[in-house]
Design a protein. Sequence first.
Length: 439
Amino acid sequence: MNNIQINSSLLECPVLPLFESKEFIEQGNPIINQHITAISINSVKDAGVVYELACDLLFSQRDNENSYKSYRSELSCFLHWCFDVVQLSPDEVSRRDMDKFVAYCQNPPKALIGYFNVAQFQLDKASEQRIPNPHWRPFVGKKIDGKVQHYILSDNALKTKMAILSSFYGFLMAEDFCERNPAQAWMNHSRFAQKRKYKANEDDLNTLAFTELQWSYLMSGVEELAKAQPELHQRSLFLVKLIYSCYLRVSDVSARVGYSPIMGQFVQDKQTGIWRFNIPKSKGGKSRNIPISNALLDALIEYRRFLGLSELPKADEQTPLFIRHKAAGRGRDVGFINANLGIRQVREELQKIIEHGANCAENAGMFEDAKAMRKLTAHNIRHTGITHDINIYRRPLSHVQADAGHESIDTTSQYLHTTQTERHQSTVNKPIDSLAGIE
């Protein structure tokens, strides 16, 4: 990406708008990309991941003008507070931090209050680039008869703000980026609390993964596609195998601001000879090194042969991991074909594979399984890999925890599933005193 010369007036802006209008959200803005990259390097390590996920959520709201504007406004304000004010990732924000955010919004710095609505971005005629509008402010106050009024955040505006942030956190949780919703927790303990409070459905844990049978239909389906249309689906086949085997998030294998996955992330350990997949920046900005199975290594060799590459990657090989089938028509990589897929493109491709697998199950008469499969999404492939390794292949929890990037073993333990029959059988022969009768 070429560096953009930032106008001196932009450097004086107390805060930059983060998100383009709906017509340009998919294309992005080079100046904001540089800004987010700088934040990722200097303060909030996973700012790039958060930003891409926020853009993805906004993209899903593009068909509703009012909804898009509301989400855009509230996400800009919240991420400004996270990145610029407290330098926290949304994943680190607690319910008490939300109190501080609300207090900030109720009494924002005067420099961040504007008194008329302006476009967040404008066209710079000299460079023919869309640039942030230096007159934009995240908070809008009122003037009456030309006199500035004291800024007030109404209760309705506050409820809307927290509802949108709760929706944002729900989206982050669905993408396996975070495990809690501090915005909803704040609402539950606020004067806006309703009788029915937010509570995670414990039964949902059993719907986070494909069953063995469902997974078999998905895998056989994508393998058939890879044989019938290798030019389209060899990529799909390896993508599914990689996410499942290494418990990867979609963001781990997708291009985003400051990160583009490459073949050189596959590295062979000099001592053990075992290959691993290195993720330089994941959730929380932390790196992960995940050892890969022989089955996944064989899949990597097959995929590279198809691409016309050597069987195994060389050190620091820069070949993009999942190359586009055709040049990008929009976005940051417009005109390029030798470029990685973004988060949205990866998710859409995986969703098509899941739908195909569900069709295969349905054609075999497994109607309930097909119905269940259609409710699952791309991020459930990661959950499936974790669930199968713990419950079927009996990998130690501590090993799975490290590979999944879970901070707590309690999170990993949630993937332990046992049936009632198994629970009953394990109790039948349990002794009261294991040393009874020993003299």
